[in-house]
Design a protein around this ligand. Sequence first.
Ligand code: ATP
Length: 202
Amino acid sequence: MRFARLRLNGFKSFVDPTDLVIHDGLTGVVGPNGCGKSNLLEALRWVMGENRPTAMRGAGMEDVIFAGSGGRGARAFAEVALSIDNSERLAPSGFNEADQLEVVRRITRDAGSAYRVNGREVRARDVQMLFADASTGAHSPALVRQGQISELINAKPRARRRILEEAAGISGLYQRRHEAELRLSATEQNLTRVEDVVENLA
Ligand code: ATP
């Protein structure tokens, strides 16, 4: 899976539709302070399912919507689309039916986020798992924001372990284990209830 294109519309400082083609090899983004370089990295994280506003340098998730500046009014929504080259068919099952995947996240004021993959509406969790299984995603150690290296040097071993787990591609398993544990506990509660009912009938 290779990122091929990033499209932004109304996301942070990218008020106008912006199309960024990502070619093979190294891509550099250069520009003066405040031109939006970090916003691009945040757009990548966001479309992959980031759900912490602080990771977007905001207080609430709607802060990613263009807030108005330079005489232009605030926008009602923000959208980021990430096109992925899947010609080698390495996408996780459930998403591996096409050579090209387009993951779209859109946030509308007062209506929250919605996700689509190749036009099909999916849950945030589906998108997060898609990228986690592909050893990338919003928390991927491959995305390094300003100040993160010094944070890592000072990090506790548990935080460093998370990076190794991401690199090993097993972080998606934790979410699945958590969900399985929740289902197990719900089933155990149901069983207890059934036993109570049976006892009352006896
Ligand atoms: P530096 O080189 O200083 O790190 P940068 O190129 O990484 O800068 P960013 O931090 O990506 O720049 O962009 C900051 C700009 O984005 C600021 O001008 C800020 O006003 C603008 N911005 C952030 N959020 C929004 C928003 N919701 N609406 C409008 N503009 C926004």
